[in-house]
Design a protein around this ligand. Sequence first.
Ligand SMILES: [Zn+2]
Length: 291
Amino acid sequence: MSFRFNPASFEFHASTIAPVASRNRRFIIVAASSSFRCDKLLCDSEGHLLLANEMHLPALGLVTTSEHYLGVLNGEDLWARVLTTGILPAHYQWLGLRSQLEVLSADAFQLAGRALQIAQWFYDHRYCGRCGQETQQDEMDRAKVCHDCELRFYPRISPCMIVLVTRGEELLLAHHQRATRVVYSTLAGFVEVGEAVEECIRREIKEEVGIEVGKLEYFRSQPWPFPSQLMLGFFAEYEAGEINIDPVEIVDAKWFRYDQLPQVPASASVAGQLIAHYLERLHQINPHHKQ
Ligand SMILES: [Zn+2]
């Protein structure tokens, strides 16, 4: 029997070195399409991610194409096991990771994202992008190696800043063009090559809403596996300028008073946490501020 991936306790130690003598092996099952796209996870018919063991695998009737050691979860060895996609027996289905956002705990969601991204990295670098030769898996590192030109391919991470601009009791929030519903959120953007994250913050804010910010303060980071972002959360204090939006990126941006906020992102995201943290800070400065 499979069981749902919803551990009551969650103690995970990541590792790239698979143990020689394995303890119990558990698997997050990933589907690889015929074009090696790895964006589906094995779930039950009610949409819950499953954590399989060796005995479950034959019943699925699919071929294993690779497996990748992830580390130790609650004393058991955890692997990402990649299967060819195909028709599943009753009571199983393939689902994308977004379906698990509201289902899994934050820790479990992050681990499922790790499994998918490692599986995708493995197939994205079957051949060397420089000389075209087939790559090999490194024995020690999580890396694919080209032995012809010695280029190494590590799982890709794309740093992305996310910033809450504040002006005393006001928060600058924007309705983004890419948003699928009307929600006002923080500003965000990818760090460009050769750019410090602080430079990226000032550039993106200037480009998207036309204002300049002063003091920056780091908050926290969050892996965001759609597909491989690392969100770096910051606060930025307003310094100068009027809001002047970039209509390609932004539908609307406004200053909102802390007690008159529109629909904002859920607290599972860094954007939601930045906003909640700032409201908490205002409340601590003046307890008459409601949270
Ligand atoms: Zn090469």
